[in-house]
Design a protein around this ligand. Structure first.
Ligand code: ATP
Ligand code: MG
Length: 485
């Protein structure tokens, strides 16, 4: 739910619920009081009281209109009695503080109460006589002889009107209390969905600012708050990743520098040794000197080759070498690779063959020059680490739904299963490789970067002593589009 909606709902509930509670409470009270306590406190009762009051006022106005000669006259009193009888009422006539007519024999104390009401001129003129509530109307007139006359009219009412007033007060109290309670509940719910998540978010940002990037921000609360938390969480993850990446790069750089220093030191040390041998006269014959110089040259070439590889590796690592992708017929391409390398392999007594199991697709998007370097390095390794008299290399092309798989399998010395993934690390060389064939240990890590630059994958499968397979998977090209690998 969004905050705007929550505001609207919360305010509506705060306004409506107290009204409903008040109505239910008052109706319940009216129901109980009329059903079980015998109090006729309902709308009809209220209406009846209003009618009685208006009836009394009508009688009053009627009397005031008449030119009354003498209130003691029986005719006047009969007339009055008739009028008030429609309300089942009673009347008392007082002249100069003396009761001159009391046809219903109302006792003196009650008459006193009526007089008091008249004197106090109360708005709410009511009196209870014999447990019955009467509405009182007083008419003050002067007789001919200027005597003060009060006509007191009494009309019975079903209920004590003050109860109605109390009921109104009770309704207001119930409304206020229920309003406060509803408001408190709504504020609590509101704070739970908005203020609490904001507080949690604030806590998390403080943690992040102090460097703790592991405190996950939970997406809680209303839509906008959730979106805010989501944004902060994405920021935290991004920050964490970039810091981890930076640390990884720093570590990599340290390892790289130590590996370069180590790998360059070995040929340089031997160059120094040979140069000293010449200078000290250890190479005392023409032939010895020639051999020493040949070794120095080959070591210098090795360093040169290593530096070239390093430069290429770091350029690929920094994405500084653009790839020139072309739609390529893979069978034609590998036929050419085989044709190019075959003479060199034959010299080393190694047979090479291409097996094509492709059925539906034969196109891939590759940078021909860079991919050539990958293939030549892999075949070069098969050649370098070949320990069988008759070497065999098989290039096998097959396909899955989305990719073309290139397998380059040899029957060379093989790689231990435990080391199979390490061969793609920079500067990794097995102990036998270090002691035997020349190399910098960068060939396969460069191959990995190039293949990954093609959005492909490269991995190795060990066949124990029987050799090794290097596998490359590349996305198929359907029409002119490359399928995700
Ligand atoms: N076909 C293979 N058979 C056996 N061992 C292999 C094979 N290919 C790679 N290796 C092992 O993996 C290591 C890494 O190979 P990589 O091509 O990266 O380096 P390299 O051949 O030693 O040096 P260079 O940088 O000149 O290629 C090799 O030193 C070797 O121990
Ligand atoms: Mg190699």
């Amino acid at each position: 739910m969004d905050i705007k909606k929550r505001f609207i709902i919360s305010n509506t509930i705060t306004a409506i619920v107290p009204v409903i509670i008040t109505v239910i409470t008052i109706s319940g009270f009216l129901f109980v009081s009329s059903k079980f306590l015998g109090m006729d406190m309902n709308y009809d009762g209220f209406k009846k009281n209003v009618l009685i009051r208006s009836e009394l006022v009508a009688i009053r106005n009627d009397i005031l209109k008449q030119n009354i000669e003498n209130v003691e006259e029986t005719k006047f009193q009969e007339n009055l009695s008739q009028q008030i009888s429609s309300l089942n009422g009673k009347f008392i006539i007082i002249k100069e503080h003396k009761i001159i007519a009391n046809p219903n024999n109302i006792n003196k104390i009650d008459i006193e109460k009526c007089m008091e009401l008249v004197e106090k001129n109360k708005m709410d003129k009511k009196i209870v006589i014999d447990r019955i509530s009467y509405m009182v109307e007083v008419i003050n007139i002067n007789s001919k002889d200027n005597a003060a006359i009060s006509l007191i009219l009494l009309a019975p009412i079903g209920e004590d009107i003050s109860l109605l007033n109390k009921l109104i007060i009770a309704a207001i109290v119930v409304y206020i209390i229920s309003f406060i309670i509803t408001n408190m509940i709504m504020s609590y719910l509101f704070s739970k969905r908005i203020i609490k998540p904001i507080k949690d978010l604030k806590k998390a940002t403080i943690e992040i600012s102090t460097g703790n990037l592991n405190c996950e921000i939970i997406e809680d609360g209303d839509k906008e708050i959730q979106e805010l938390c989501h944004g902060f969480e994405a920021m935290r993850v991004q920050l964490k990743d970039s810091i981890t990446m930076k640390m990884k790069y720093d570590d990599n750089r340290k390892v790289l520098i130590s590996s370069i220093s180590h790998d360059l030191k070995t040929p340089i040390t031997s160059i120094k040794g040979y140069v000293e041998g010449i200078l000290d006269g250890v190479a005392n014959t023409q032939e010895k000197r020639k051999n020493y110089l040949k070794t120095i040259y080959s070591k210098a070439e090795h360093i040169d080759h290593m530096i070239d590889d390093l430069l290429l590796y770091s350029k690929l690592d920094l994405n500084q070498i653009p790839f020139n992708f072309e739609k390529t017929d893979i069978i034609e391409y590998f036929n050419y690779c085989v044709y190019e390398i075959e003479p060199e392999l034959i010299k080393n007594n190694i047979k090479i063959q291409l097996k094509n199991d492709l059925k539906t697709c034969k196109y891939v998007m590759i940078d021909r020059e860079r991919m050539r370097r990958v293939i030549l390095n892999i075949i070069g390794n098969s050649c370098k680490y070949m320990d069988k008299e008759q070497g065999e290399i098989t290039l096998n092309l097959r396909e899955t739904n989305s990719s073309i798989i290139i397998e380059i399998r040899d029957n060379g010395s093989g790689i231990d299963n435990d080391d199979i993934n390490k061969i793609f690390y920079r500067f990794y060389r097995s102990d036998t490789a270090r002691s035997g064939a020349k190399g910098s240990g960068l060939g396969l890590s460069i191959a990995k970067q190039i293949v990954e630059g093609h959005k492909g994958r490269i991995w190795a499968v060990s066949h124990g002593d029987e050799g090794t397979s290097i596998m490359i998977s590349l996305g198929k090209v359907m029409g002119n589009k490359q399928v995700e690998n």
